[in-house]
Design a binder for this molecule. Structure first.
Ligand SMILES: Cc1ncc(COP(=O)(O)O)c(C=O)c1O
Length: 402
C-alpha cells in the first residue's frame, strides 16, 4: 500500500481526545452514566445576540459566496478595536490582523508556514497538544521547556541551552495555561522572552485563548501590552472560550506583519477563510457587552470552587487555579504506582468519569490529571463522589476489573 500515513503523522500518538472519546462511548454502551470532564469544550450557550447576528447575516445572499480569504475588513477592524479596548494595543487591521478557523488551525498552519524540516521550536511541556504535535507535523524539531510545579508552571529560560536558543525559529508560550491553569504573575516573563527573541531572531507565538476567563478579579495580559512586542511576536486568540463559540470555530491572530502575512499566504492556498456569516457573528461578540464574558468567567469560578471543595472532602488537596477552565493536579496518593493513563482509564471504565491523563499533554504531564470545568457544580460533586468511592476501593487494594 503506497497511500498510508507519512512518517511525520505516523510518529504521532493517537490524539488523546479521540482515545478518551472511544473509552467514553464504550463506558456508556456498558451502561454507565458518563460524566465528561475531559475536553475543554464550553458547555455554556453562545450569547443570544451573537446567534441573532449569525442568523441575520445568513439570510444575506452576500454571505453565500466564498469569503474573502484574509477576512472581512469589518471583522479585522472589530478585532483591532477589541484589542485597543481590552489591552490598549494598536494594530493595523489591514496587515496585522488575520481571522482564523479557530486558533488551533492558525497555530498549526503558522508552524507549517514558518518551519523548514529540522527547524527548532521551543515548546512548553506539558502543553496544549497542537503546540507540540503541530511542530512535528510541520517537520520541525520541538525543544521542550519543562513547566515545573515548583516554578509555578513557568518555563525557566536560563535552563535553555544557548544552542537551542540560537537555533530556534519560534518560541511558543501560553498563559493562562492549558493544561496547568497557571497564570503570569506580571509581564516579566514575556519581557524576557521578547529580549531573547530580539537577541536570537526568533518569533514568540503567544497563545492567549483563555485571557478572558480569570477568577477572583484576575485579568490576564496580552504580550502586546509590552511596547515593541510587535517586532517579534504574534498572538492567537479565540472566540471559543470567551463567547462559548467552540462549535462555530472562529479565532484570530494579531501582531508582527510579516508573521501575519506568512500565515495568510499559506491559508490562501488551503482554505477560503472563515465563513462570512461567522465573521459577522464574531463582530457582534467582540463589539457586544463585556457582561456576558464576565458572567461566563464567574460560572467557571463557581465550578472551580465546587470542585476544589469536593476534592478536599475526599482528601485530595489541590491548588485552585486563577484562570482558564481546568484544574491540574497530581494523581491522588491512592493511585501511587499507576501512570496517569492507567488511572484515568480506570475512572472511565469503572466510574464513567472522564478526566484527562497528564501524559496526554506531553511527557512532563505524567503524574498529573486535568479536570475540565465544563459541568455545573452538582455534576462535579457527583463526579468527585464516584472518584472518592474508587479511591477507597484502591486503598483497600480491591482488584479492579480492567
Ligand atoms: C491553549 C489553547 N489554545 C487554543 C485552543 C483552541 O481554540 P480554538 O477553538 O480557537 O481553536 C485551545 C482549546 O482548547 C487551547 O486550550
Amino acid at each position: 500500500m503506497k497511500f498510508g500515513m507519512n512518517k511525520r503523522l505516523a510518529a504521532l500518538p493517537p490524539y488523546i481526545f479521540v482515545h478518551l472519546g472511544n473509552l467514553k462511548r464504550a463506558a456508556a454502551a456498558a451502561g454507565l452514566k458518563v460524566i465528561d470532564l475531559g475536553q475543554g469544550s464550553p458547555d455554556l450557550p453562545s450569547p443570544d445576540y451573537v446567534i441573532a447576528a449569525a442568523q441575520k447575516s445568513m439570510t444575506d445572499v452576500a454571505t453565500h459566496g466564498y469569503p474573502i480569504a484574509n477576512g472581512l475588513p469589518e471583522y479585522r477592524k472589530a478585532v483591532a478595536a477589541w484589542y485597543k479596548r481590552r489591552f490598549n494595543a494598536d494594530f493595523d487591521p489591514e496587515t496585522e490582523v488575520l481571522p482564523l478557523i479557530g486558533s488551533k488551525e492558525g497555530l498549526g498552519h503558522l508552524l507549517m508556514a514558518v518551519l523548514d524540516p529540522g527547524d527548532a521550536v521551543l515548546v512548553p511541556s506539558p502543553c496544549y497538544p497542537v503546540h507540540y504535535n503541530g511542530v512535528l507535523i510541520a517537520g520541525g524539531l520541538p525543544k521542550l521547556m519543562p513547566l515545573k510545579e515548583e516554578n509555578g508552571f513557568l518555563p525557566d529560560f536560563d535552563a535553555i541551552p544557548e544552542a537551542d536558543l540560537a537555533a530556534a525559529k519560534i518560541m511558543i508560550l501560553n498563559y493562562p495555561n492549558n493544561p496547568t491553569g497557571a497564570t503570569l504573575p506580571d509581564l516579566s516573563l514575556l519581557k524576557k522572552a521578547l529580549a531573547l527573541a530580539a537577541k536570537h531572531g526568533f518569533l514568540v507565538v503567544y497563545d492567549n485563548a483563555y485571557s478572558e476567563i480569570g477568577f477572583d478579579g484576575y485579568k490576564a495580559p496580552s504580550i502586546f501590552e509590552i511596547p515593541g512586542a510587535k517586532s517579534h511576536a504574534i498572538e492567537f486568540h479565540s472566540t471559543s472560550k470567551s463567547y462559548s463559540m467552540a462549535g462555530w470555530r472562529l479565532g484570530f491572530a494579531v501582531g508582527n506583519a510579516e508573521a501575519v502575512k506568512v500565515l495568510g499566504k499559506l491559508k490562501g492556498f488551503i482554505d477560503y477563510g472563515v465563513p462570512s456569516f461567522l465573521q459577522k457573528a464574531a463582530i457582534a461578540a467582540l463589539e457586544g457587552t463585556d457582561d456576558i464574558v464576565r458572567k461566563g468567567a464567574k460560572t467557571y469560578q463557581e465550578r472551580r470552587d465546587a470542585l476544589v471543595a469536593a476534592l478536599a472532602e475526599i482528601g485530595w488537596k489541590v491548588t485552585p487555579p486563577r484562570a482558564a477552565m481546568y484544574l491540574w493536579t497530581r494523581l491522588p496518593r491512592e493511585a501511587a504506582g499507576m501512570t496517569s493513563t492507567e488511572f484515568c482509564e480506570r475512572l472511565i471504565r469503572e466510574e464513567g468519569v472522564v478526566v484527562v491523563p497528564g501524559s496526554g499533554f506531553g511527557p512532563a504531564g505524567e503524574g498529573f490529571v486535568r479536570f475540565s470545568l465544563i459541568q455545573p457544580p452538582a455534576v462535579l460533586r457527583e463526579a468527585v463522589a464516584r472518584i472518592g468511592k474508587h479511591l477507597k476501593s484502591l486503598s483497600k487494594g480491591e482488584k479492579v476489573a480492567r
